[in-house]
Design a protein around this ligand. Structure first.
Ligand code: CTP
Length: 407
């Protein structure tokens, strides 16, 4: 239920911190990945070793860690997740957040974050009721931070009242609900092309390329996670079909085009496939034998351009068409030319070089190119690039809906 979701869990000081250990276990059991920041207070109640063992990830504790901060650890931590949760959230932690303080790793990461944040306050009932705490809660809620109210009951301090951290299963439910509700692309249909295409020469040989399909598959997953109904048209890859996504496996460019067209109408098309531009003019129905000649000549014809076909103005053109450009030189000029030549709306461009092989690797460095802007996105995982692109797509459709509503 949390398949592939990346959660950053901040554990601040409180006797209830033991429940966060169980929460880590439940997140992982439900398919999520969890990284943890342990505050100084949190570390008084649970040990870094338990947190690391259960999360199977390093535990982050120190803003001034030479190792983590040479890679700008707090910025990375704040960006490399889908959701940040703080469980338990102490009164002190809320006060720091409300006032934008950044004196330790947890508060600095929270201040640097552009991700949704969910807090699970837990404290003594008097501390919860205190006007200072209540004011801080109002401030945080007004900033869009999701506050999950504490439960009422017996407290570890012997008092009875509101301030208990919910049980781990209840916290897990809040996370699942968050991801179910956070679906800005619900109701929209998307087509994604992914992987290479293979053009057969004879029954045993083909012309193809090294594309792994990682980027296209990640985009399909990210679109689906945000609620879009996705059809993934994939060339031959070793990746398994993503869960809950309609995946059509094809081999040739002609088949890829055929199934893209059959999947119309759609609101979004993302052409991430590394399509073979050329196909052998003739297919030999039996294996070509070496014979006496030490040369083999093949002639090729150009394949149909799927991106261009989908971008052509028509009643079935998706409202947003995104292409990719892999170039070995003049990256931005070529990417801008591709926008016009293909008629798509956006191009995600990457320079293929020794520093950035782009194919068959997990990380990539891309430029996001529209008719008006060029943005350089930092080198990151293909999953992150997918998420960033899909967040853009969601924003685009939200702006469009707003314009229509305002008209
Ligand atoms: N593409 C496509 N169908 C093709 C060729 C490319 O849909 N027959 C799409 C790719 O999926 C990608 C974009 O077009 O989104 C750019 O592909 P690329 O091969 O880089 O561009 P080309 O059109 O081949 O241009 P050139 O050969 O000049 O680089």
């Amino acid at each position: 239920m949390l398949n592939g979701k990346k959660i950053l869990l901040v554990i601040s000081g409180g006797i209830a911190a033991y429940k966060s250990l169980e929460l880590i276990r439940l997140i992982r059991k439900n398919g999520g990945d969890v990284k943890c920041i342990l505050t100084q207070g949190g570390a008084q109640f649970v040990t870094p070793l338990s947190v690391a063992s259960l999360s199977e990830n390093p535990v982050y504790t120190d803003l001034w860690s030479l190792k983590d901060e040479t890679e700008m650890g707090h910025i990375r931590l704040s960006r490399d997740c889908d959701l940040i949760i703080i469980a338990p959230t102490s009164a002190n932690m809320m006060a720091k957040m409300a006032h934008g303080m950044a004196g330790d790793l947890a508060s600095t990461t929270l201040l640097a974050s552009n991700k949704p944040i969910m807090v699970f306050p837990a404290m003594n009932p008097q501390m919860w009721e205190n006007a200072a705490t209540q004011d801080n809660i109002k401030t945080l809620a007004a900033r869009g931070i999701k506050i999950i109210s504490p439960a009422t009951g017996d407290m570890a301090c012997g008092e009875v009242g509101k301030g208990r951290l919910p049980e781990a299963t209840e916290m897990l439910e809040s996370l699942i609900t968050h991801f179910q509700n956070n679906k800005p692309l619900a109701g929209l249909r998307a087509i994604v092309t992914s992987g290479p295409t293979f053009e057969p020469i004879d029954p045993v040989r083909f012309v193809g390329n090294r594309s792994s399909g990682k980027q296209g598959h990640a985009i399909a997953r990210a679109l689906s996670d945000m609620g879009a109904s996705v059809t993934l048209v994939s060339g031959p890859t070793s990746l398994k079909d993503p869960d809950d996504i309609k995946t059509i496996r094809v081999e040739t460019t002609a088949q890829m085009l055929e199934f893209c067209q059959k999947s119309l109408p759609a609101d979004i098309a993302v052409c991430a496939a590394a399509v073979a531009d050329w196909a052998p003019e003739q297919y030999a129905s039996s294996k070509i034998k070496k014979g006496n000649d030490d040369k083999l000549s093949l002639s090729f014809t150009q394949n149909p351009d799927i991106l261009k076909t989908l971008s052509t103005p028509s009643s079935s053109r998706p409202a947003l068409v995104v292409g990719f450009a892999a170039e070995t030189e003049h990256l931005l000029d070529n990417a801008k030319a591709k926008l016009t030549k293909k008629g798509c709306d956006w191009v995600v461009a990457n320079l293929v070089s020794a520093d950035n092989p782009a194919f068959n690797v997990d990380e990539n460095q891309v430029y996001f190119v529209t008719s008006k802007t060029v943005e350089e996105w930092p080198k990151s995982s293909k999953d992150d690039i997918a998420r960033q692109l899909v967040e853009r797509i969601a924003k685009h459709f939200a702006n469009k809906a707003f314009k229509i509503a305002a008209e």
